[in-house]
Every structure is written in structure tokens, then in C-alpha cells.
Design a protein around this ligand. Structure first.
Ligand code: ACM
Ligand code: ZN
Length: 707
């Protein structure tokens, strides 16, 4: 009986994205080579472009489409239907909701190999994604060969990290052609992006005359938007951009060319004689719509649009290109929420919706940041991305026609490995794919999750990583728990999934105890827990240790100053252990623990952070005897001589390693260690220096108060 049910379930179609219309019939077709399978290309058929019809009976398979792309998608659907040589009998009429179904990959921050790009194209085209937006240049790396400007790849494609390692790589024009052709075979259009006028440090490093002050700039290996940008006052800048377009445009047969346009800081333009001369000559004036410098950005974008038109390309840019006016032919990518997209559609521009707030930034966490591998920031679960509707309710039907579609963006700052690139891309891109293709009324998250399991198994067969929900703790995951009498360990997952665990130190397996509800522990021990998919795969494991302890007694120091005693020493250290024993320290007192990272001013340009190590110690108040949680980005936090937070050697951008202690009401000792350094591109000088505490899982964090 169970076998029969399993068999029946297995034959329920698992098509992703869900087709527009489908009837499932009894029986199945047994695959027998290509016999009895017919794929008909009929340009006159009344089937929308990229759409197809597919009929599977017990005796034959027939697909009809009006375009080659439609037939390709019929084959993808068929491949997903087939299981063990059988295809369930179905009648499908399918077509896309949107014509722009995209993924953006950032090859600048961390290089993405041609092989991995091809693999992503291969996989995503199976899910009817048809645009690959290739972010080829940014501050931290220029990744495309330009024959007229060899330094772009000799200099701009090589970055020395603060730990001395080198990140490099670029695509030759031949490789670009190869990727574009590979994509075209799978009906994917590749859209290049060359960033201007901001996010251009790699170009400026190669050719300093592109910037306002034309001064050489050093290695740039931290994340963020520097204020050194292209100089739109200089004709050389536009000559350079045109030369680049002249070489790039012919490599990409598609219509669209992305020029970036986002996050351009304009302070240098205010002081640049050439920029100010341009502002005067062009009559660019500050008004209620923006400053003269913002008008200058608009001028630069319009010049770029003219250059692109010469090479037969249409401009696409991030929503900042709307500032100061834009020609109607330009397409706007709305990333800062939907506001830009709405404005653009109302002004008659085509729009691609890609707001991070809609869950469309794949680099954002898919699960609790305190449980996930180190990442960018923000937390949008799979369902947020799935539920995103790219057509805002405030648009009229006429305006809504300008919404070309939707795109997932995968920014690469924190993608240190190919594994992480895959882990972040999947399965969120499958949610994007379904929103992009499936009619709104056919979307159904629980059913999507069922079909997702089949898609994830296909990734497993390719050895491609993907995010599996981890066991998470409500109120913030924590791996070090302390309690007085007992503790309640509660776990959830970012979408419904079973969990298995052990309490005896052994590795959890599919056969381990199922998590049925909160686990009460009364003695010290360790819990190992993993999520378990419907197809038997275990997620990465989480280990939670819990310690029964008596309250650590309060202290009664002779004098309380309300201040932190701090000592600091210059130097770039990766871990506290690296500080030499003979370091020369400078002492001071601070009245706020948060001031430690600000002992030295932080350079607005982010180029030359002041490197130092600091230790601070003092006393703080515990208002009640209880188990207290602590959270901080300091390298180490010690309380009453116990290491309660250990972030040593990590990228300290997001709070991740919370710890707990049972403390008696009263005064306790705290000692923190801070390293001003850059790890993985993150400058810790940007950290707020907080040490947060709270009493219970659902309370909000508060700053410690020095005594
Ligand atoms: C962007 O995320 N800066 C477009
Ligand atoms: Zn300038």
C-alpha cells in the first residue's frame, strides 16, 4: 500500500515553474527513445512567444510552439515530468508571465569562472530563466578584456587582499563570446554591465586620468562605495567609455546594455574645476529635483545613452538613473524598493523589478544570520522572494505593461567560494523563476515547496550546493546556552521541514529522534541537530552546548568610575594572539564602550583604515540574577574572566556568536578585545562597538551600562 502511494505521488507532476494551464490524466507514457515524440515548430500557431503546448498520452508526446524558445521550454517541462522512464499523461498550455526573467551575477568582487557561469546558465535555463545580467566591473575588479586599455586587466583585474592573498581573474573577449553562445543555445540573453560613473575604482586604478584629481590610487580591497568616481567634466572619460562600448557591444548580440549608475558619490565633482566647468557650460542648475552635481550624473548617463545608441544598444541602469531626467528608451532596474520602478513606469520607461526588500537580493540571508554561514546582511526567507509580486498595485494596467519582469541579484562581496555562490543562488532563484513565469493566480507556496524538493534533488545529482533551512532558534540562534535550573531549547526552520537531533554527542542521522517540540534540559550537555528533507537529505548540522551553572557572584570593586580602561597599539592583526608581547600600548579612558572602534577617525574613502588593536576593561551592571545572553562584534568579550563571545578571525560584520552566562545581580567585570582590521573585505572600523545583553530569548537587546 505504502509502495503504491509512493508510486502515485512520484507521478504527480513536479514542474517548476508551474505551468500556466495543466490537466493531469490517468496513465503514463513510457519513454522509448525519441519514438512517438514530436516537437513541432509552427510560427503561425496561436501560441505566445516562448510558450508551448504539450500533450502526453499513453502512446505519444507532442509539443507545439511558435518559437524555438517555446520548444526548448517544452523540452524542459518534459524532462522534469519524466521519472524512471515514465511521463505522466498531461495536457499543458504554457507561456511566461514576464519576458525578463533574470539573474544578475557579480564577477567583480569575486571572480566567477566560465565553467560556473555555464553551469548556472545550464541549470537556470531549465527553469525558464532567460536573462543573465553580468556585472563585469566595479570598484574591486575589472573583469573583461579591453584591447585598447590593457591596464584594465593587468591592474584592474588584480586585487591584493589585506591578508596578502590575491584575488584576480578576467574574461577574454573570446571567453565572453563562448559564454554568450552557450547561453544563446539555451535561450538566455546575456546583458553586460559596465559601471559608470560610480563604482569605477578598478578602472581609475588602471587609468587615474579617469578621476577628477587624476592621482594614482592604490589597491582597493574593502567593500563600500568610495568617493573617487569617474570625472564627467573630462572628455577623456567619455572617450574611454565609448572605446569600451565599442569593444563590448559587438560581443553581446542582445539589445540591452547595463551602465550601472548606482551609488555614485558626488563630493569630488563639487571641487573639480572640469566638472564645475561642465556644469556651467551645460547650464546644469540646482533645483527642487536635485543639486547641480546630481544633474551632472544625469548628463553623464545621457551621454552614455547616446554612445550606446551609436552601437545599437538600449540603456539599462539602476534606479538612480532616474534622477535628473532620462530618455524614455532607457530601462530602469528598481533595486531600492519599488519606488523607482513605479516612477519609471509612470514616466513611460520599461522596468525590471529587483528590490532587495522583495527578497530578490540573493546575497541576503535565507535563514537566521546567527545560524547561517557569514554573509552580506538582511534576512529574507524563501517565501518572501516567492510571494513578491513585481506589479505594484498602484500602477494602472497601462503603466503595468512597462514591467518587463523580475530579476534576482547576487552581489559577490561575501562570496568567498564557489560553494557559497551556489548556496546563495539556490533555491531562491527557483522562487524568482516561478514568479517570473507562472501566472499570479497559479502560485502556491506549499505546492512550490513540494516541487522544489525535486529541483533540489536534481542539484544534488549535479553536486551543486543549495541552501537547506537550518534548525534556528526563535529570537536569534545561539550555540552556547547557560541556565540555572533548566533550559528550553526551541527550534524552527525557515520553511516547513523536519528536524532530527541527538543528545548523546553522536552525529544526527535520518534515523535520529525527530524534533517534535521544545526540549527541556536540566543538566549540562550538547545537542546536535539538523534539518531533514522529504528526500532524506540532512542539512548542515548545528551544535548547541548547554551548561548548568550557579550564578557567577557579583563583584565589589573598591572604586567604580563608570569608565572603561583602554589600551591600544598600532598594527594590523588578524587574531588577538598576533599582538606581540612587546607591543607598545597607549592608555586612555572611555565613557562608552562603543567608542573603541572610533579611537582613530575612519577614512571616508575606506581606502586606508587605521589598523590597531585595543583592549578595554571595566564594570557593568546586571539588573537581576538570571541567565543573560550577550552579543557583540568585538573579537573577544570576556565576562568575569570567561570568554563569552569569540569572533576571532571571522568577518565581523553581522552578530553571529552570541554567548550566555548565569550572573548574579550586581556589578560584573567585562573585558573586550578589538582589532581594527579588514577580514574578507569588511573594515571593522565601521562597527558600532556595541556589547548587547538581554535576559530572555524574546526580549530586545540593550547596551551594557558601564559602572
Ligand atoms: C545595487 O545594489 N547597488 C544596485
Ligand atoms: Zn571631475
Amino acid at each position: 500500500m505504502i509502495k503504491l502511494i509512493t508510486l502515485l505521488l512520484a507521478l504527480v507532476p513536479q514542474i517548476l515553474p508551474a505551468p500556466a494551464e495543466m490537466q493531469v490524466r490517468e496513465g503514463y507514457f513510457k519513454v522509448d527513445g525519441d519514438k512517438h515524440m514530436e516537437f513541432v515548430l509552427k510560427p503561425s500557431a496561436p501560441i505566445p512567444a516562448e510558450g508551448y503546448t504539450l500533450e502526453v498520452t499513453r502512446t505519444r508526446v507532442k509539443a507545439v510552439a511558435s518559437t524555438e524558445a517555446g520548444l526548448f521550454y517544452a523540452r524542459q517541462t518534459l524532462a522534469q515530468l519524466e521519472q524512471d522512464g515514465k511521463i505522466p499523461c498531461v495536457k499543458i498550455k504554457d507561456y511566461p508571465r514576464f519576458r525578463w526573467r533574470g539573474l544578475m551575477v557579480d564577477a567583480s568582487r569575486h571572480f566567477m569562472s566560465v565553467e560556473q557561469i555555464k553551469q548556472h546558465i545550464d541549470i537556470l535555463s531549465q527553469y525558464k530563466i532567460n536573462v543573465l545580467h553580468w556585472h563585469l566591473t566595479d570598484d574591486q575588479g575589472w573583469r573583461v578584456e579591453i584591447k585598447k586599455y590593457p591596464r584594465l586587466t593587468e591592474v584592474g583585474a588584480v586585487r591584493t587582499e589585506f591578508d596578502g592573498s590575491v584575488t584576480k581573474g578576467y574574461y577574454t573577449q573570446e571567453q565572453i563570446r563562448e559564454v554568450v553562445a552557450y547561453a544563446a543555445e539555451r535561450f538566455v540573453t546575456v546583458v553586460p554591465e559596465i559601471e559608470m560613473p560610480g563604482h569605477s575604482m578598478a578602472a581609475i586604478r588602471s587609468y587615474p586620468e579617469l578621476s577628477c584629481d587624476k592621482q594614482p590610487v592604490g589597491n582597493f580591497s574593502v567593500w563600500g562605495s568610495p568617493d573617487i568616481v569617474l570625472c564627467p567634466g573630462s572628455e577623456f572619460t567619455f572617450q574611454f567609455l565609448e572605446d569600451v562600448v565599442a569593444e563590448i557591444a559587438p560581443l553581446f548580440p542582445g539589445r540591452y546594455f547595463h551602465i550601472g549608475g548606482d551609488e555614485c558619490r558626488k563630493v569630488r565633482w563639487e571641487k573639480c574645476p572640469a566638472c564645475q566647468a561642465r556644469i556651467a557650460a551645460e547650464g546644469l542648475k540646482a533645483d527642487e529635483k536635485g543639486t547641480a552635481e546630481e544633474k551632472l550624473q544625469s548628463y553623464a548617463v545621457r551621454r552614455m545613452e547616446g554612445i550606446l545608441a551609436k552601437y545599437g544598444k538600449s540603456l539599462v541602469g539602476w534606479d538612480e538613473i532616474l534622477e535628473g531626467g532620462l530618455s524614455p528608451n532607457a530601462t530602469v532596474m528598481s533595486w531600492r524598493g519599488e519606488k523607482g520602478g513605479i516612477q519609471a513606469a509612470r514616466e513611460g520607461h520599461d522596468v525590471v523589478m529587483t528590490p532587495g526588500s522583495g527578497g530578490l537580493y540573493l546575497n541576503h540571508y535565507q535563514g537566521d544570520p546567527k545560524a547561517e554561514p557569514e554573509g552580506y546582511a538582511h534576512h529574507y526567507v524563501l517565501q518572501t522572494a516567492y510571494d513578491y509580486n513585481p506589479v505594484p498595485a498602484e500602477l494602472t494596467p497601462e503603466e503595468a505593461r512597462h514591467i518587463l519582469g523580475i530579476q534576482g541579484n547576487l552581489w559577490g562581496e561575501y562570496i568567498y567560494t564557489d560553494y557559497m555562490r551556489d548556496y546563495l543562488t539556490f533555491p531562491k532563484m527557483f522562487a524568482v523563476a516561478e514568479t517570473a513565469w507562472t501566472p499570479l493566480e497559479k502560485k502556491d507556496f506549499p505546492d512550490f515547496c513540494r516541487r522544489l524538493d525535486a529541483a533540489c534533488q536534481r542539484l544534488d545529482s549535479l553536486g551543486v550546493a543549495y541552501h537547506m533551512p537550518l534548525p534556528e532558534q526563535p529570537g536569534g540562534s545561539i550555540s552556547q546556552i547557560a541556565f540555572r535550573d533548566s533550559a528550553v531549547l526551541t527550534f524552527t526552520t525557515s520553511r516547513p521541514m523536519e528536524m532530527v537531533y541527538t543528545l548523546d554527542g553522536s552525529k544526527p542521522t535520518a534515523e535520529s529522534a525527530r524534533y517534535e517540540g521544545p526540549i527541556v534540559v536540566r543538566n549540562s550537555g550538547m545537542l546536535r541537530i539538523a534539518s531533514l528533507s522529504s528526500y532524506g537529505k540532512l542539512s548542515a548540522e548545528r551544535t548547541v552546548s548547554f551548561e548548568k551553572m550557579d550564578p557567577i557572584p557579583a563583584l565589589h570593586p573598591a572604586q567604580l568610575t563608570g569608565k572603561l580602561s583602554v589600551r591600544h597599539t598600532p598594527g594590523a592583526f588578524t587574531i588577538p594572539h598576533d599582538i606581540p608581547l612587546n607591543a607598545v600600548w597607549t592608555s586612555c579612558e572611555l565613557d562608552d564602550i562603543r567608542r573603541i572602534p572610533k579611537l582613530y577617525p575612519f577614512h571616508a574613502n575606506m581606502q586606508d583604515p587605521h589598523f590597531f588593536a585595543a583592549e578595554g576593561e571595566g564594570y557593568f551592571q546586571v539588573p537581576q540574577t538570571d541567565a543573560w545572553s550577550f552579543s557583540s562584534l568585538y573579537d573577544e568579550v570576556w565576562i568575569d574572566g570567561r570568554l563569552v563571545i569569540d569572533n576571532r578571525g571571522e568577518v565581523r560584520k553581522n552578530f553571529r556568536h552570541d554567548g550566555m552566562l548565569v550572573l548574579e545581580k550586581g556589578v560584573h567585570h567585562i573585558r573586550v578585545v578589538f582589532l581594527s582590521n579588514v577580514v574578507g573585505g569588511w573594515t571593522t572600523a565601521r562597527n558600532k562597538g556595541e556589547v548587547l545583553m538581554k535576559q530572555a530569548q524574546n526580549e530586545t537587546w540593550r547596551n551594557i551600562i558601564l559602572q
